[in-house]
Ligand binder design. Structure first.
Ligand code: ZN
Ligand code: ZN
Length: 264
């Protein structure tokens, strides 16, 4: 069994699936992907992702405001805690810091990230963290406002081993996307070799970043299998072993996801 720990099911390109999300989910199931975490990115798509989680037994969701969407509107601590009471909402996020495109809204991004970290600590839920070109600030805010008991994940990780190491020390997991299969990703491959197995998750971040050999196509959850097969080889273990370990890690980090699976 395999889990796609991070996908955007409300944004998939469904041209190859007769415009049916159910067909994309079935395609994932057929390749052994039995659980999907559909991640919220804004106050505006919250209802859409929660509805998808309500509709499909294999899907759970998160609620939160992506650092590149902070201008669309912020969520308050009370909003986040309230929304996270839904039985299929298993985490807060994705939140975090992304200074890659511009540093204009740096302080707004930080304000939003702090609110997510504080709400997560109160709700005792993990946080899905998006971080790009903001290593020091990300680690500093997690250290200052995060909760070690609920911790979280650095998703679609592309930063340094030093950053991964410090996050792992704060009880975080590291999630790897299809970027690891890209030709130019030698540095990331080196990082992945060093990540302890008990801290590793796999994801697609679909519809973005389709892994080799699907590069250039629109990404979808079934391709998490390709990511997992690739990482298994990198780690020198079997695919089955990697799938079992990352699935177990997923349920350790997101215990509500396990509960929702059992309540089916
Ligand atoms: Zn992200
Ligand atoms: Zn994402």
């Amino acid at each position: 069994m395999l889990v796609d720990s991070h996908c955007h099911l409300d944004r998939l390109n469904l041209d190859n699936h007769d415009n049916q999300l159910s067909s994309a989910i079935d395609a994932a199931l057929a390749r052994g992907v039995q659980q999907l975490l559909c991640v919220g990115i804004s106050v505006n798509n919250r209802e859409a992702v929660v509805e998808i989680a309500e509709k499909y037994p294999q899907v759970v969701s998160s609620v939160g405001v992506h650092p590149l969407d902070v201008k669309e509107g912020l969520a308050t601590e009370n909003d986040l805690i309230e929304w996270s009471r839904h039985p299929k909402v298993v985490a807060l996020g994705e939140s975090g810091l992304d200074y890659y495109y511009s540093e204009d809204d740096k302080s707004l991004q930080q304000e939003s990230f702090i609110v997510h970290l504080q709400a997560a600590a109160k709700a005792q839920l993990p946080v899905i963290v998006h971080t790009r070109d903001a290593r020091e600030d990300t680690l500093r805010l997690i250290k200052e406002y995060g909760s070690e008991t609920s911790a979280g994940v650095l998703h679609c990780f592309t930063e340094s081993w030093e950053m991964a190491r410090q996050a792992i020390e704060m009880n975080y997991m590291i999630s790897i996307s299809g970027i690891v299969t890209f030709k130019k990703a030698d540095e990331l491959r080196e990082v992945v070799r060093q990540i302890p197995m008990d801290r590793l998750l796999v994801e697609t971040d679909s519809p973005y970043l389709a892994p080799v050999p699907h590069r250039g196509k629109s990404n979808e959850p079934q391709y998490v299998r390709d990511v997992a097969e690739y990482i298994a080889e990198l780690k020198g273990i079997s695919f089955e072993e990697l799938a079992a370990i990352t699935t177990n890690n997923f349920y350790r980090l997101f215990p509500k996801a396990k509960a929702s699976l059992q309540n089916r």
